[in-house]
Write a protein that binds this ligand. Sequence first.
Ligand code: UDP
Ligand code: MG
Length: 317
Amino acid sequence: MKISVVVPVFNEALGIEEFMKTLQATMDSLKIRWDVLFVDDGSDDDSWQIIQRLIRRHPVARGIQLSRNFGHQIALSAGLEHADGDAVITMDADLQHPPQLIPELVTKWQEGWEVVNTVRADTRTTGWFKRRTSALFYRFINKISDVPITAGAADFRLLDRKAITALLSMPERNRFLRGMVSWIGFRQAFVCYEPGTRTAGQSKYTLKKMLHLGIDGLTSFSLGPLRSALLLGAVSIILALLYAIYVLWVKIATNTAEPGWTSIIGVVLFFGGVQLVSLGIFGEYLGQIFGETKRRPLYIIRQTAGTVPDPVRKENL
Ligand code: UDP
Ligand code: MG
């Protein structure tokens, strides 16, 4: 039995050593074979040098360096492809995902759960803006999405080998792991945790990255937005018909039928808006199709350090 820990790293030079120390203390107390795989997601600080130094000191550590910043979700996928444990735990490098929770995840796994998710208890350590937008996002996505996506679910979870095989057999480039993990099924447990404060550095999730993740999550797990374009169109046609009846009535029943500049502008603007919204939604899905049809690899590796297992070959899944 072996457990692999997968850690995506983007400009975390200040925090990695502290992370490794805490992780090592927890894992050693478990008396189980383990290793840790750092995936350097194109950091432009000293993260890779520090990872290499850690690898020289700790035989359990290994690393992959991607050729540029591919994003958190892809770095996680790269790690899952190269980790060879019977179970894999994915977690952040900033100690916001407390390693102290790992024994509980492992116990659940040994009890027979194939996926052990963690749910972040909302505390003040997460900023107000992030908490609000995250709560709204999950409420919305669960209304329209085809699979349930737990609010506050973090990319801190344990996956049994069976679940990893299932995830890796999903070829999409647009990787919203929270949704994908929900989609694969299996016996899934949930464990609550209080997030720690970031040990060092700043959040690497800029508003732009968060928006991209949100849109990917919405469009890859729901046709709702696409269908809403149809609904929007239908509603506006009905409104336009009602308005036409009103205009006719004014013309026939009264003699105040002054051609209304304001209402014309109103109608034009309204339909312009409806069309743009619909086009935007179509465009988003078209973009997804475009991205998938290029069939590019998900990521490119510049180099590895330590004994990194060969990636799981998709054709063998
Ligand atoms: N991360 C990454 N690539 C990115 C952004 C972030 O690999 O493009 C890593 C980052 O180093 C951290 C984890 O993903 O280990 C989560 O990022 P962060 O802590 O910045 O997000 P937050 O906790 O603020 O949501
Ligand atoms: Mg974090």
